[in-house]
Write a protein of this length. Sequence first.
Length: 216
Amino acid sequence: MKPGRTPPARGPRAAPPAGSVRIIGGRWRNTRLAVPDRPGLRPSSDRVRETLFNWLMPKLAGARVLDAFAGSGALGLEAISRGAAQAVLIERDAGLADALRQAVERLGAASQVRVEGADALAWLANAPGETFDIVFLDPPFADGLWDAALRALPRHLSDDAWVYVESPREQALAVPPDWRSHREDQTRDVRCALYRVPGGQGAATLRGDSHRPDSE
């Protein structure tokens, strides 16, 4: 700035843009979902979701999906984008639940996706006996809800169900003893695990994976 000139007046600083996460694959590929600023809201990373949906790809077509701690909706809506038939998204935060409903409306997915504004543990304990083929459990890390969610979940699982659990890397998970670990992965901070429930032919449907722990 030249000497003697007055600096231009500055108006109010613009608010930073809202966070977002993108749907990676399927019919809504690269669609952005808003991520409101909420304590504990931590959408699964692109890398984690890409790995997960590669694992689940042969199972997604026509599946009924439960996203029990939906947050941004990235897991449940990604599943629908890639061919799942129906999804229930549970979210206790009223603002997040409203954002999910808006996203569902914008995507034209109201006939496939239902948003429940409820506490996930209460819903699992009290909801009618809906069953699901794929369940995503990715609760807020600070709340320590894994054990309670895993105990409440079995009544909502189909005979051919798969359960994905995301947790801190060092978190011990008390999964039912008859569940079988199918695949696991880790990032620096996060452990990702996909389990097969007993009954059905779930392992056979996830073909093309020569390294799965539950190969027989």
